[in-house]
Design a protein around this ligand. Sequence first.
Ligand code: ZN
Length: 125
Amino acid sequence: MTLLAFSLLVALLAAAFVVRPLVARRDALLVDLASGEVLDAEARRRVSLVALKELEYDYLGGKLDDADYRSQKERLSVEALVAMRAAEAVGIESGRTVAGPDRHACGFLNPPLSRFCAECGARLN
Ligand SMILES: [Zn+2]
């Protein structure tokens, strides 16, 4: 009888553990709390850096000759520099410093309230 009661108790606890997330629904934080201006500047910064990286890969892969590589690298470098400065300026203007709570030491700008860095996986805070 004791074994039956214990088994029933364990089964009820297991069922409660499984059902709890369904009953106690929590809304996921789907909105990004950063302002649109900050997100736009950060997106432009990332896109320009990715474009530079892809240019390097294309050049190293032999897809571009030296003249094309130099001209594109000069153009993309200027774009990346402008985007990086704009991202820094927007971050500072909105009260967030570049090394603020959202930007991890690796340089990745994580959404507010993040517990882990989305780039390197390190724990934040
Ligand atoms: Zn990181």
